[in-house]
Ligand binder design. Sequence first.
Ligand code: IMP
Ligand code: MG
Length: 184
Amino acid sequence: MKSDIEHILFTAEQIKARNLEIAEEIDAFYTHRKKEILLITLLDGAIVFTADLIRSLSVPLRLDCLRVSSYGDSTNPETAPRILGTLKSEVKNKHVLLVDDILDTGNTMSRVYEEVVSKEPSSIKTCVFLDKPDRRQVDFHADWFGFSIPDEFVVGYGLDYAGRYRQLPYLATLKPAVYSQNLS
Ligand code: IMP
Ligand code: MG
């Protein structure tokens, strides 16, 4: 797997340090308001980021997950995001924090945002590990983000290519040859 890596954008240490900063900001925002969060994380990509982030948060929270699908095996979204499955929690009157791995075109977050808003939460905020502003198709900004990156396809720290590389502890780009291989 290591031989497939072209370039490391952020090391595990850099990611850890940045996550602590975001967690402090989120804590400050909610603790100040004496609020408990319903943290809704988007599977599968945000699983690693969320696992690290929640362990750095002091504000009381409950966790729920939504699976959203838009990517096939390519590096471009093939279909409009589909919400697969339902939340187990009541959203009405809760302070929702939506967490995803990356804000790319923005279609996923805006779709989920709409869905959550329709359930009448008291408030809704968003946090993403990565922001790729150059690819945005809808006007959507995250309230908190870890790193802003250029228009490059990245893997690791939860993000995949064709289902693989999620386990890498760092964020990296892949060698062009990986994309031309048959990954079945
Ligand atoms: P959006 O709907 O275009 O904003 O895309 C959001 C989803 O696309 C994310 O949750 C990721 O699963 C996936 N995605 C976007 N860019 C990348 C990338 O560079 N690497 C891996 N997955 C990505
Ligand atoms: Mg995803």
